[in-house]
Structure formats: structure tokens, C-alpha cells
Design a binder for this molecule. Structure first.
Ligand SMILES: Nc1nc2c(ncn2[C@@H]2O[C@H](COP(=O)(O)OP(=O)(O)OP(=O)(O)O)[C@@H](O)[C@H]2O)c(=O)[nH]1
Ligand SMILES: [Mg+2]
Length: 356
């Protein structure tokens, strides 16, 4: 899953990116909208992988990953200038979710922070970008109809686009329309930005971090939100002494690292769960949208496993930890054989039987 960091210039996106990825991408007070995005792969922290590895002693342990993309700052009016179709910014369309970063720190170069206003500006840019795409498509359909190329399908799409444009024009994101089935399929190709799940990262000063309940509550009315102390957490992420890191964190009242907080938020936002595969070669965590069948899980591992699916052996991670081995779990009748309709649960340890 790919997550895009978007925000106004100098909101601290790269600082947060560095704190999450433990990298040293250049942080600067000078916006440069031409620069290429920074990318990093984050391993999703999960104690269960370590515990399973303890049990299976595999050659390698593989964590689920989140890919993070740190985009250049977004200036007001950018959408109208076609910024989201540019090569550097266009990548945002392929992301699974967007994290909007809003500045909530002071420094010598910037004015007092206005996080709510900044958030409004950002959301407006995303809306405008979608509006332009929808209007362009509508215009093309109307031209095709004038040339006598009207079909039922085009007519349905035209109606849908009108609905979307009305909705966007009243300042509401496409995600609120909760499109699914045919309409969802019809517009999937446009990769509308306001259709993507979104979360807000409030980037606070180390002086006010943890004391912003009112601001967070206000944002929470509409969005999932997490607070980071960007600069402080970037500095933390660059220390090596774990004890020292924990002392600093306790001092700030930070319970989990920036990365852990982000991963949890992303899983909740996207409605993801984790399942596991185990063996002497590899213990591995996989992510899957909640509510998906075991066939989808098999397909995540390899298309062959979905194609040739026979049955899935399924045990619960908690049972495995409780009874100490697969054998013990089986003896208690807790290893189940599941068919293709089985809905995978968080913590399932799966062994897919297949035949191609
Ligand atoms: N005090 C304070 N300064 C911060 C914080 N986060 C970022 N900064 C400073 O703000 C400036 C911009 O930070 P960046 O991380 O480069 O911001 P950005 O959003 O990536 O900027 P662009 O990519 O140019 O849009 C730098 O001077 C940072 O040191 C923070 O949490 N607290
Ligand atoms: Mg940056």
C-alpha cells in the first residue's frame, strides 16, 4: 500500500518522512516544487512476526510494508495549473491513501500556524483537481454525443459525472458519495483524489505537542488525525541508543514511535488486517482489506495460489501462542480447514493448499 504525504510548502513533510523512514532527505525552508518526490519503504512493526519467528526459526522474517511518498509542497492554485498531472506529482494518483500534513509549529521564517485554514486550502486543491478531470471527461462525452456516438453506457457515465460535479461543486469529496458496484467501476480509472481515504497529520512544535486536544477534536469531526512532533521525532529517529530514545519519548509523552503511530492509523484508515504464513524458510506478515475472502488472501501471496486454491489450513495466532505449537493446536481441534468463501480474520495463520 502506497501512502502519499501532501501539504503546503514547509509544513514539514520531508521532516516527517525522515522521521518515519529513518532517512536523511534534505529538509529546507525553500520550497522547490520541481523536485522529485522522496520514496521509502516502511516495515510495519508487528510483534507477532517476531513471536512467530521465535517459534519457527525461519531463514527470514518478512514484515508487511507501507510505501511512503513525500511530495513537494503544494501551493494554492496548483491544481488549476495542472500540477497533479505533472510527472513528479502525478504519482499521487496511484496511492492508496493520502496523508495531509498541516503545519502547527512556529519558526523564524513563518507566520503563526493556521492548521485548519491550511487544511481547507489543501482539500480545496484536491477538489479542484477532481473537478477539472470530471469536467473534461463530461465535455468529451458531450462532444461524442453530438457526433452521434451516444450509447447507453456513455449516457450513464454522463449522469454519474453530473452527480459528481454537483457534489464537488458544493465542496464535498467524492468519497462521501460512497459509490460502489458499477458506478465505482466506471470512475475507477480517473483516480480521483477526493475518493481516496485521507488522514491528517498535525505537525506540532515540540513545545505544544500533546496539548492540542481541541484542535485535534475539531479535525476529527471529519477526518482521522494523528499528531507528530516532526522535528523532534526526526531527531529521535536518527539516534541509535534505544534507551536514550525511550527517555526522550517519555519526556515528551510519546508512547509509540512515529512509525508505529502512522502504521496503526493507516491500517485503520484502509480497514486492513494482517494474516501470516509460517515455515522454516520464511515467516511473513501480509496485509489484506478486512472482509476479504481467503481467495483474496491466497492471491496476495501468489496468483497461482488463488487460481489453484483447494483449501486453507487456518489457525489463530493467539491459539498458537497459547498452546505453543501447531501440534498442540491441532490436538485441540483448533486447526480448521476452510473453503473459498472463508473470510480471513486478523491474526490468521494460513497454509494454502493448491494445485495448478
Ligand atoms: N520547529 C519545527 N520546525 C519544523 C518542524 N517540521 C519541520 N520544521 C522545519 O520547517 C522547515 C521545512 O521543513 P520540511 O520538512 O523541508 O518541509 P516540507 O513540507 O517538506 O517542505 P517542501 O517540501 O519544501 O514543501 C525546515 O526548516 C524544518 O526544520 C517541526 O515539527 N517543528
Ligand atoms: Mg519536502
Amino acid at each position: 500500500m502506497d501512502i502519499g504525504l501532501i501539504g503546503l510548502p514547509n509544513s514539514g513533510k520531508t521532516t516527517i518522512f525522515n522521521s518515519l523512514a529513518r532517512l536523511h532527505a534534505e529538509v529546507s525552508s525553500y520550497a522547490n516544487s520541481k523536485s522529485e518526490p522522496n520514496r521509502a519503504v516502511l516495515e510495519v512493526a508487528d510483534d507477532r512476526v517476531a513471536n512467530l519467528s521465535e517459534m519457527y526459526k525461519p531463514e527470514k522474517a518478512t514484515y508487511a510494508v507501507i510505501e511512503l511518498i513525500d511530495f513537494a509542497g503544494l501551493t494554492q492554485g496548483a491544481a488549476r495549473e495542472g500540477l497533479f498531472s505533472s510527472s513528479s506529482m502525478g504519482l499521487i494518483k496511484n496511492t492508496d491513501a493520502i496523508a495531509l500534513v498541516v503545519r502547527h509549529f512556529r519558526d523564524d521564517l513563518t507566520e503563526n500556524p493556521t492548521p485548519l485554514r491550511d487544511l481547507e486550502k489543501l482539500e480545496e486543491e484536491l477538489l479542484i483537481s477532481d473537478l477539472i478531470i470530471a469536467e473534461n471527461r463530461l465535455e468529451r462525452i458531450q462532444k461524442a454525443c453530438q457526433r452521434g456516438k451516444k450509447t447507453n453506457l456513455l449516457e450513464t457515465e454522463e449522469k454519474l459525472l453530473h452527480r459528481i460535479i454537483d457534489h464537488l461543486s458544493s465542496n464535498r469529496p467524492i468519497r462521501d458519495l460512497k459509490l460502489d458496484g458499477e458506478p465505482e467501476k466506471m470512475i475507477r480509472g480517473f483516480q480521483f483524489l477526493t475518493q481516496k481515504p485521507i488522514m491528517i497529520i498535525v505537525n506540532s512544535d515540540e513545545n505544544n505537542f500533546g496539548t492540542n486536544a481541541n484542535l485535534l477534536k475539531e479535525i476529527e469531526k471529519n477526518h482521522r488525525v494523528i499528531e507528530f512532533a516532526g522535528k523532534f521525532e526526526m531527531e529521535l529517529s536518527q539516534l541509535n541508543d534505544q534507551e536514550e530514545i525511550e527517555l526522550f519519548m517519555a519526556d515528551m509523552g510519546i508512547q509509540e514511535s512515529a512509525k508505529e503511530r502512522l502504521c496503526t492509523a493507516v491500517y485503520e484508515l484502509l480497514g486492513y488486517i494482517s494474516f501470516f504464513t509460517v515455515g522454516s524458510d520464511e515467516v511473513r506478515a501480509w496485509s489484506l482489506q478486512a472482509g476479504q475472502s481467503v481467495i483474496a488472501a491466497a492471491g496476495t501471496i501468489h496468483t497461482d495460489l488463488a487460481r489453484g486454491f483447494i483449501r486453507a489450513e487456518c489457525i489463530a495466532y493467539d491459539d498458537l501462542m497459547l498452546y505453543g505449537s501447531e501440534k498442540q493446536v491441532s490436538e485441540r481441534g483448533l486447526r480448521r480447514l476452510e473453503g473459498r468463501k472463508y473470510i480471513v480474520q486478523d491474526g490468521n495463520v494460513l497454509n494454502i493448499r493448491f494445485n495448478v
